[in-house]
Design a protein around this ligand. Structure first.
Ligand SMILES: Cc1cc2nc3c(=O)[nH]c(=O)nc-3n(C[C@H](O)[C@H](O)[C@H](O)COP(=O)(O)OP(=O)(O)OC[C@H]3O[C@@H](n4cnc5c(N)ncnc54)[C@H](O)[C@@H]3O)c2cc1C
Length: 386
């Protein structure tokens, strides 16, 4: 139905062959030791995949969003996980859209070639959670610097990033007319800030995600690191959400296709009661259901991508794509686990690892309830519930 153009086909083939060099054994070992897949991230950078959305004038390949979606889907479909570096592709969008020419020239070429990593995104805080507008980290202006104090949680990849995109309060809630104002976005150079007001503590989680909590104690950030206008940061962050939702949906679709392939193959091979277990409809139907759900989610993702690429704002479509794709991948994970019986629990089959990994997407970067609230309020016109 949707034929890829030559560039996209080449990217699809390229990512497939790159991923063959990082088989499941590689991911299994990284998962076991909870270590960062540095070799994989370097290979992606070296091939220019992580800079695909950066315009050519800043050293990237200036590809459309679809290219990034194809790359991330391909990684997940191969059994790998793009979360180690996916943010390097899209966080820079805030800088690209709202940064000054000087800032873009300073950072984007390094991000495009991979010598500079901008893949840490400091938004969530322990006390505010999903309620971003209640965040408490402050950036107080003092001469030509901002002094940052506060704490972030779930700041993924902070230990593997040079720069962080930080959302902090520059005016108190009482000082602003609209709730969405008073927050500002900064680029924090973590290389110079570490142990000089910035502390990073890893959080061990049920998946290998390199996530952390970050503490700011009188951290000095030069005023030239403010992106765009002071106080408008929340809007700038929102502008990047559609791309993020679409790319996470693509990862879920990749996961889902991996689970369905794996389940189908095992169901055909495994013989119990003298016949392949796949002959039983109790085994077939959940796999078929997951397959149908995945294809539907892929269509919604395609719609969101088309709208995005045509310069429209696919708020509803990007949210629905992420919602449907994260549910489809979980359905596929469940079907795959059940099909594998006891062997689903054995590390060497990779099912339990992917099962843990794909569960995240119903919670982060935005949880299912909040997407449903968005649809209820902004699409259906129901009253705001919170
Ligand atoms: C592994 C991992 C990596 C992450 N990486 C990053 C990152 O790099 N940067 C970053 O800033 N954040 C990151 N996050 C944070 C993530 O975006 C949040 O966990 C997520 O948005 C949910 O916020 P919370 O955990 O504070 O849950 P809470 O806000 O405490 O919510 C808990 C539950 O209550 C529900 N809920 C809350 N309010 C409502 C409501 N009004 N209506 C209905 N239900 C409601 C939520 O949907 C959720 O199910 C990451 C999280 C994880 C687990």
């Amino acid at each position: 139905m949707f034929d890829d153009d030559q560039d996209i086909s080449a990217i699809k083939d390229g990512i497939k062959s790159l991923c063959l060099k990082f088989p499941n054994k590689y991911w299994r070992e990284k998962d076991r030791s909870r270590s960062y897949p540095e070799e994989f991230v370097k290979a992606l950078s070296d091939h220019g995949y992580l800079g695909c959305l950066i315009p050519e004038e800043y050293g990237g390949s200036g590809q459309p969003l679809r290219a990034a979606a194809v790359i991330l889907e391909g990684i997940h479909r191969s059994g790998g996980n793009g979360a180690a570096c996916h943010a390097q592709m899209y966080i820079m969008g805030t800088l690209l859209r709202h940064g000054s020419e000087e800032q873009k020239k300073k950072y984007l070429p390094g991000i495009a070639e991979g010598s500079l990593r901008l893949q840490a995104f400091g938004v969530t805080e322990p006390s505010s959670g999903t309620d971003t507008l209640s965040l408490k980290t402050t950036a107080r202006k003092d001469g030509n610097t901002y002094i940052v104090n506060g704490q972030k949680v779930w700041t993924s990849r902070a230990e593997h990033s040079d720069l962080m995109l930080l959302l902090a309060r520059t005016q108190s809630r009482e000082q602003v007319e609209k709730r969405t104002e008073g927050l500002s976005v900064f680029i924090v150079d973590m290389r110079s800030a570490l142990d000089k007001g910035l502390t990073i503590r890893p959080i061990r989680t049920m998946l290998n995600h390199a996530t952390t909590e970050v503490f700011f104690d009188e951290l000095k950030v030069p005023e030239e690191n403010l992106i765009g206008q002071e106080g408008k940061g929340f809007r700038y962050i929102l502008d990047g959400m559609n791309a993020e939702r679409i790319l996470i949906a693509a990862e879920c679709i990749g996961d889902s296709r991996w689970f369905t392939d794996k389940a189908t193959s095992y169901a055909n091979d495994r013989v119990v009661f003298d016949r392949p277990i796949g002959k039983n409809q109790g085994i077939q139907f959940p796999i078929a259901q997951a397959y149908a759900a995945t294809e539907a989610a892929a269509l919604m993702t395609e719609k969101a991508i088309l709208m995005y690429e045509n310069g429209r704002r696919p708020g509803a479509e990007a949210n629905m794509a992420k919602l449907l794709a994260s549910e489809a991948s979980w359905k596929a994970a469940e079907a795959c686990m059940q099909t594998h019986g006891g062997f689903g629990f054995a590390e060497e089959y990779d099912v339990e690892r992917k099962y843990r990994e794909t569960r995240l997407y119903q919670i982060a970067p935005i949880s299912t309830n909040l997407i449903l609230s968005y649809i209820a309020e902004h699409v259906l016109g129901l009253p705001r519930s919170y």
